[in-house]
Unconditional design. Structure first.
Length: 500
């Protein structure tokens, strides 16, 4: 299978770049910027390399920022933004930092004879985010320039550098530029979700053989899709285990059982340990301590349950490509999906090559219904980190009911596809209110709804105020112990999407 490798310099647009290449039928993968020539050769069928953008500033005395031997592979290379500057520095350019970073659209003039710009007008609008200015670059061909920045694109053989971002929608012919690069690379364009499923099932059959796999279902899309792929490959040699922590969303147990046992005929074993988790969280208010306790208890419960179920050779996990990247390329997923190495199984991760949207596409092909496909992301510690302060049974019930009302109203309004994520938080504020002639102090619920492309940056969702008012009234009237609802209108950054 032909591949294009993206070396990751931290650009917020990297996932968009990866998806655009895959949408054009080319399997692409993000690798750490330090990836060596040998590592790329070991991947086989790599037809092109992209050095991504990033927030860094390239100083003239900086050490080498990529293995320059990759240029000896004699395959096309494209540097974008920071990646372009890294290539320019390799070819002897002076890189000068500019005082004010620019985020803007620019009109550029391009060399239409360059194969990268095939069928693109001589003048076009592009999006640039610049830290530096490239100066004194000789021995290369200028292929793009702007009035404000001078050289913004160069080529040397089949190595190209662009100071602007073709993967961003604000670049008029960005999609076409990437398609032209794919053609220059000579990729066959045969990668699709269907081909992924077919090849993955074959690969899983070969890797696992007649051995047995245990997989922890969390209630989310990722572990569900991983389970369905494994079941297609090995059938009843897959065992699914759902750990009831007591920290899940409303009706989570029934959601899992209905889909997997009734619809897919996959047996799900339940380890009901809600009282154990809640007991160990008693008096704990620090969110990191909550995470530690939940993670350790989960491992303990999981190991105990698997010992009762029999012998297993593999532990299946729903690790995504973004999980690997966000763990700073350490090769292990986040605490959400990461169990310690000493748990005693070989890890198998059927969807670690995929982005979140691709996982949803695989789920659709495998028969998951749309209501499950569009389930909201849910953190591994569950509602424990959406409760500020100590976790109690009463607080869990309050938050579950409030969150279910929010979800019902968003689905009823048909706006769930407009949001990246939405949920309720039980704050640690007892708000004064009135009930009859009495002054009372009840809970305050915060609603968090955001829009985002990839979760790196996020804006608050701009609600219709009548709908927001209805949600507030329902929560106050129907959830015992709540007398105030507030709506969070902060962006990410400076805040995060979750509260803890």
């Amino acid at each position: 299978m032909d591949k294009i490798v993206i070396l990751d310099y931290g650009s917020q647009y990297n996932e968009s770049l990866l998806v655009k290449l895959r949408d054009n039928g080319v399997y692409s993968l993000l690798l750490p910027k330090e990836t060596t020539k040998e590592k790329i050769e070991d991947l086989h069928h790599v037809k092109g390399i992209i050095l991504s953008g990033g927030p860094g500033v390239l100083e003239n005395d900086e050490a080498k920022v990529f293995d320059e031997r990759i240029l000896e592979l004699n395959i096309p290379v494209l540097g974008i933004c920071y990646g372009m500057e890294a290539l320019a520095k390799h070819y002897g350019a002076k890189i000068q930092s500019i005082k004010d970073r620019e985020y803007d659209k620019h009109v550029v003039r391009i060399n239409t004879n360059c194969p990268l710009f095939l069928d693109i007008p001589e003048e076009t609008v592009v999006y640039m985010s610049k830290n530096d200015h490239v100066d004194s670059l000789e021995g290369v061909e200028m292929i793009a320039e702007s009035a404000s920045s001078g050289l913004v694109g160069f080529s040397k053989g089949y190595t190209f550098g662009l100071l602007f971002h073709p993967e961003v929608a604000a670049t008029e012919f960005g999609e076409k530029i990437l398609q032209n690069f794919i053609k220059i690379c000579g990729c066959n364009g045969h990668w699709t979700i269907d081909s992924f499923i077919e090849n993955k099932i074959k690969g899983l059959k070969k890797e696992i053989g007649d051995k047995k796999v245990i997989l922890g279902l969390s209630g989310g899309v990722d572990s569900a899709v991983a389970a369905l792929l494994l079941h297609r490959a090995i059938g009843d040699n897959l065992t699914c285990l759902f750990v009831e922590t007591g920290l899940h969303r409303y009706n989570e147990y029934n959601v899992i059982i209905k889909r997997f046992e009734e619809h897919f005929n996959i047996k799900v074993h339940i380890a009901d340990e809600g009282e154990l988790f809640l007991g160990r969280l008693k008096g704990i208010v620090d969110p990191e301590e909550k995470r530690r306790i939940i993670s350790n208890t989960f491992v303990e419960v999981f190991k105990k349950a698997t010992e009762k179920l029999g012998h297993f050779d593999f532990l299946g996990q729903g690790t995504l490509y973004t999980d690997i990247r966000e763990s700073k390329w350490g090769g292990k997923s986040k605490v959400i999906k990461d169990l310690p190495e000493d748990i005693g199984f070989k890890i198998i991760e059927p969807i670690r090559q995929l982005t979140k949207d691709e996982v949803r596409s695989v789920g659709r092909r495998l028969g998951l219904d749309e209501s499950f496909i569009k389930r909201q992301p849910f953190p591994f510690p569950g509602l424990a980190i959406r409760i500020i302060g100590e976790v109690t049974l009463i607080k869990l019930e309050v938050l579950r009911e409030a969150n279910e009302i929010l979800s019902q109203e968003i689905r009823r309004a048909g706006i769930n596809d407009e949001m990246y994520q939405y949920f309720c938080v039980l704050t640690n504020i007892d708000s004064v209110g009135v009930e009859g002639n009495n002054k009372i102090y009840y809970h305050t619920i915060a609603i968090r709804c955001v829009t985002s492309l990839n979760g790196i940056n996020a804006d608050f969702y701009h609600f219709n105020m009548d709908l927001l008012g209805r949600i507030s009234r329902r929560i106050v009237n129907e959830v015992a112990g709540v007398n105030r609802v507030v709506y969070d209108i902060t962006t990410k950054p400076p805040s995060t999407i979750e509260y803890q």
